[in-house]
Design a protein around this ligand. Sequence first.
Ligand code: HAM
Length: 413
Amino acid sequence: MIKAVRGMKDILPEEIPLWQKVEETARDVFETYLYHEIRTPILEPTELFSRSIGEATDIVEKEMYTFEDSHQQLSMRPENTAGVVRALIENRLQDLRGSQRYYYIGPMFRRERPQKGRFRQFHQIGVEAFGDAGPYVDAEIIQMLARFFRRLGIDAYEVRINSLGCRSCRPLYIEKLRAAMDAASATLCEDCQRRRDKNPLRVFDCKTDQEQLASFPVITDNLCAACQEHFDGFLSSLKKMAIPSIVYPSLVRGLDYYTRTTFEFVSTSDALGSQNSLLGGGRYDGLVQVLDGPVLCGIGFALGVERLIMALPDVLQEAPLCYYVAHIENEGFARALTLAERLRDHGVAVAVGNPLKAIKAQFKEADKMGATTVFVIGPDEAKQGVVTIKDMKTGEQRSVPESEVMADITERA
Ligand code: HAM
């Protein structure tokens, strides 16, 4: 049997309503904040990712699906900030009128070790906003996310925020951090020894050296005046919006393009296990230039759809209503066809029983399909112009005039 690739899974029809609900809610909410959808290719030149995400990151070092095509190295996108920035520069979107705010929905690929909530093909919904130096827009993005979560009924999460400083204060901080690492080097784990030279900020991701980490200098105590002012503005905007957040100086993120604001929404429900980061994002003010574009600041986030769906409350996970019309004899079948079409005109999902099957077999089929309500039109119903409506959960039956079926089910939905 040919099986799906490890870490990549099918999204089956029964799960689709949840995916659609999440995607529709994202479109609805993000568009009210003037974000517009953009769709970019899944394959991009490898260099796009190595230059933006950073050569020394796990993603670029070991997680990308890369191959050569006509002497060019291509990679399947591990994330989409780089792709959106490339599209912005290539299509000169920054010269257009209107807001440069984009959102995207689609699959991403990372060759990570699969586990609960972590896949090799996963889906992100993300946004990128260009040209606004903040810090108000930084807070507005958090506000938009809080609205999105509220709409989905998710409240078990924590908003973690940080500032990573800028090109002038971060190098000074990193020197301090390296000095602290050197002083503690005898007790640091091998991974951290390696991080010291390659990517010292990532030392804060270490699970084994927690004790030493507590004594290391933190970035939020080492911001320059401009970054401090920006961070204070971010905090005070969040306060005005009444959004609780927690400052996490160790929130360093796994991509190198960030400057100043970074944030994550972490699930506090048990449903997710250790992969509890629902989304992550931040500001990347130098990235457009790094990719040969104009001077243009940016900020965005991406959320993992698989993880978000795991965090959804059970009410949202209930199967949608589904209707079935069972019928007897020719007259019943003709009326069943008319009734089904009338219901579909109103957007109701309805199946018509197979006319080659007896009524009992039709009921069995309705049950197998998960029909919540069955309409029955037999010779008596046809004569009287009524429909018998059976609630499949409770077994209750009622007789309703054909013309009132739509009103009846709307009232009970
Ligand atoms: P990221 O933190 O690498 O950021 O990913 C964002 C989210 O994608 C994570 O919080 C998680 O929910 C989900 N995710 C990441 N890897 C996996 C995986 N292997 N399996 C399942 N879900 C996963 C970015 O990708 C940035 N581009 C975000 C951004 C946009 N920053 C600015 N703009």
